[in-house]
Design a protein around this ligand. Structure first.
Ligand code: SF4
Length: 426
């Protein structure tokens, strides 16, 4: 049984690796094959629309995090700082700018094509605006912005939806059509929305599998791999549907076998169940993961893995109302939610996934996540009675990952959870 499971696990990982490699290859040939390229952001991405018009998306955050994992980000950030970008700027931005100034060689070593359009889907993070202003100075291509109203109290009103739909119909789609040189085929958009919904359904089943004991997944360190296809270029494709179906089947096999998730240092035996808020560190990702896996700490749910779409609150792309559902998708992105809604979501994760604790990884350069995190910590402790922990690092700037310091904090926190469990048991 376990050999089958390991083989099945490798199948989905291999499939994902191949999908991503294929996409970068397609991008490297885009100009000679006459394919148009759209740069856009992960939260609020309109991949179905871009794909329906035969264009290819480039997601700058994905390039930055991949550069971080491949130890290339420090040099890119230094390049951007030399060009005058301050230490406080989001390090994804500096990594991207540094990469561009160093020849725009993507993380896989292949050159990235220049954009034919900058599609700024603004979902709550002000840095998105500034980032594309900088790219606009470098690239001689048009830019179009989708303004998504902030959700201060967790409600999407009819007016908010209509406002986004109107912009999509009157500004964004015409701008995309102009660059693509053809009209949008609504049947093709609906077909892609249906594929998105199928993949989203399976992804939610994967998230919810963490309710089992032991959890068959790590919903943060493992989870960032799981969201790779749906957060990047593959939503609305058959590839994504196959990937998530395969992943779901693997996870179900692990549940049947009573197995926990794999980590870089082997299979994890669950001792602690955690919820994590905030993005991970990418430059020392495996070291960071092993601080948890070695101690048997499994993350049962996290907010970062919802940053490109909150599917476990019930949202699905809808082939019957593709444009409206794109608007709802953008409105519902995690970066677009106010603190009370984020708090409710975290409370739900702590309760539904029966977490022993929750940990906040406060990332220096991401204001969108780190604002209000200390308040979240206090409120969440009050409302759930579960103890919280707080660590600080960064996304892709290795200067802000203090391994010994973070490890000490994680260990002390887990020791405190162990003592609490013992007191409860006695
Ligand atoms: S500040 Fe945070 S949310 Fe905004 S672009 Fe940077 S990493 Fe993304």
């Amino acid at each position: 049984m376990s050999a089958e499971i390991i083989e099945a696990k490798e199948k989905s990982q291999l499939r994902q690796k191949q999908m991503i490699a294929n996409h970068f290859e397609l991008l490297s040939r885009a100009k000679e094959e006459g394919k148009k390229v759209v740069y856009t952001f992960v939260p609020g991405n309109l991949t179905e629309l871009i794909g329906a018009l035969g264009m290819l998306p480039v997601l700058p955050e994905i390039n930055a995090l991949q550069s971080g994992m491949r130890k290339k980000s420090a040099a890119y950030i230094a390049e951007a700082e030399k060009a005058g970008h301050s230490e406080d700027v989001c390090t994804y931005v500096k990594c991207d700018i540094g990469m561009m100034k160093s020849g725009n060689i993507g993380p896989t070593g292949m050159k990235l094509p220049e954009p034919d359009l900058l599609l700024l889907s603004y979902t709550g993070c002000f840095t998105f605006l500034k980032w594309f202003e900088l790219l606009k100075q470098e690239y001689k291509c048009p830019i179009v912005m989708l303004h998504v109203p902030y959700q201060p109290d967790g409600v999407i009103t009819k007016e908010m939806r209509d406002y986004v739909v109107q912009q999509l119909e009157k500004e964004v789609i015409p701008a995309l059509e102009k660059v693509a040189g053809k009209k949008l085929d609504m049947d093709e958009l609906s077909r892609r929305a249906a594929l998105s919904a199928a993949a989203e359904e399976d992804l939610v089943a994967v998230w919810e599998s963490a309710r089992h004991r032991p959890s068959p997944i790590d919903g943060y360190f493992g989870g960032v791999y799981y969201v790779g296809p749906i957060f990047s270029s593959f939503r609305g494709t058959e590839d994504a549907v196959h990937y998530y179906r395969e992943l779901r089947e693997e996870v179900e096999s692990r549940i049947q076998a009573g197995l926990g998730p794999m980590a870089p240092d082997g299979r994890v035996t669950e001792r602690y169940r955690l919820v994590v808020e905030g993005p991970p560190n990418w430059t020392s990702f495996n070291d960071f993961w092993q601080m948890f896996s070695r101690e048997g700490a499994v993350v049962v749910s996290s907010t970062y893995t919802r940053v490109g779409g909150l599917y476990d609150t019930g949202f699905r792309h809808d082939p019957k109302r593709p444009i409206e559902s794109l608007a709802e998708y953008c409105l519902g992105c995690y970066t677009n939610l106010g603190l009370p809604t984020r708090l409710k979501l975290l409370e739900r994760y702590v309760r539904e996934y029966q977490a022993d604790g929750f940990l906040i990884n406060s990332v220096k350069s991401c204001n969108s996540f780190s604002v209000g995190q200390l308040l979240l910590l206090r409120k969440l402790e009050e409302s759930t009675g579960v103890p919280g922990g707080f660590i600080e690092s960064d996304l892709v700037d290795p200067r802000y990952f203090g391994k010994a310091n973070i490890e000490n904090r994680v260990q002390s926190y887990l020791q405190m959870l162990a003592a609490k469990k013992e007191r409860k048991a006695s």
